[in-house]
Design a protein around this ligand. Structure first.
Ligand code: NAD
Length: 343
């Protein structure tokens, strides 16, 4: 049988990035060995904080070339300086460069991980290219600045269709979140686009919530959601909130998906105070790797990764500090990889 090959860029990033990415790669290699039907051709590249002093940018041209030569990227967290004039986050640049319009954050209850309810299983789909993240800001006068909230029919329709397709494959329930009572023009466009696309998916039940009510409902009844679709800023906030309902940053992963490219990353940042200590949880990045396998259609391998993580958590013997254990990053990755081999 012909061996399927997938070219993947790996950007370990900085801070705890290299450690968690090493862990995820260890698991990906184990599952690839176990399957024996495909090859992940991983090429490493540099990006992030340490590149700024070397190249004046956190995403140097040779790394952009590498990304362009691959089909997807596994990205570690990167420290983003906040001073005016500093380069924007590498993730933001990649989203723009490759038009990665759909941000997907799965949130589900995990065994032995504190969760608001035992049966949470939702995905937040966030429009990734416009809204207040248009970056169009200007000063009107001293002490008065304006930021532009850009919402287009095209981008709203595209994200709505992405979310409906996902819901149709899952529990067939979609909630669209907006603030249409205040932002009548911009969220008016978003709402209408969702309702128009809904006619293509009659099997999907559709609800809507204002952003403030949605933030509350996520705490009150997180198990009532399946797919949530919303605009960029609301999605940014809701997805961190949702991650916390199922165990927090150590286990939350995200995907940024476009028509031709995709990038997978843990939700957490570079946690500089833990860098180099082999201490933090690699599971968020392992789950990012699992989504990469799903993206390539390697569903069995993706399920094997998820099963192995669940088993390690259920046994509760090899856990990092954030889940009440004392294991090292590399030990957790090894425990998951070993389960993959046994499956
Ligand atoms: P952070 O996510 O790096 O860390 C906050 C705290 O969360 C840590 O101190 C730690 O207690 C905990 N934590 C994070 N990851 C963990 C893990 N894998 N296991 C266990 N505990 C974990 O957030 P921050 O301190 O606000 O940001 C640090 C830097 O990371 C900033 O420069 C920020 O801009 C950047 N950042 C980058 C990304 C990205 O690259 N995608 C995302 C968020 C933040």
């Amino acid at each position: 049988m012909l061996m399927q090959r997938y070219r993947v860029a790996v950007l370990p990033g900085d801070g705890i990035g290299p450690e968690v990415v090493d862990g995820a790669v260890r698991v990906l290699q184990a599952v690839e060995d176990a399957a024996g039907t495909y090859k992940l051709e991983l090429t490493y590249g540099e990006a992030g904080y340490n590149c700024i002093s070397k190249y004046g940018t956190n995403l140097p041209p040779h790394t952009i070339d590498l990304l362009k030569a691959t089909r997807a990227c596994l990205k570690g967290p990167m420290t983003t300086p906040e001073e005016l004039g500093a380069p924007p986050s590498a993730a933001l640049q990649m989203r723009k460069m490759f038009d990665l319009y759909a941000n997907m954050r799965p949130c589900f209850s995990l065994p032995n991980v504190p969760s608001l309810k035992p049966n949470i299983d939702m995905i937040i789909v966030r429009e990734n290219t416009e809204d207040l993240y248009s970056g169009i800001e200007f000063e009107l006068g001293t002490g008065i600045a304006v930021a532009m909230r850009v919402v287009t029919r095209r981008a709203s329709e595209r994200i709505a269709r992405f979310a409906f397709r996902l819901a149709a494959k899952r529990k067939k329930h979609l909630t669209y979140v907006h603030k249409g009572n205040i932002l009548r023009q911009t969220d008016g466009i978003f709402k209408q686009a969702v309702l128009d696309v809904a006619t293509e998916f009659p099997e999907v039940r559709v609800d809507d919530l204002h952003i403030d009510a949605a933030a509350m409902q996520l705490i009150k009844q997180p198990e009532s959601f399946d797919v949530i679709v919303t605009t960029n800023l609301f999605g940014d906030i809701l997805s961190d909130e949702a991650a916390q309902t199922v165990g927090g940053l150590g286990v939350a992963s995200g995907a940024n998906i476009g028509e031709k490219y995709a990038m997978f990353e843990p939700v957490h940042g570079s946690a500089p105070k833990y860098a180099g200590q082999n201490k933090v949880n690699p599971i968020a990045t392992v789950f990012a790797g699992k989504m990469l396998l799903d993206y390539f259609g390697e569903t069995e391998s993706a399920q094997a990764v998820e099963r192995s993580v669940f088993e390690v958590l259920r046994e509760g013997k090899v856990l990092t500090y954030d889940l009440g254990g004392k294991a090292k990053t590399s030990e957790v990755a090894e425990a998951i990889a070993t389960k993959v081999h046994k499956a």
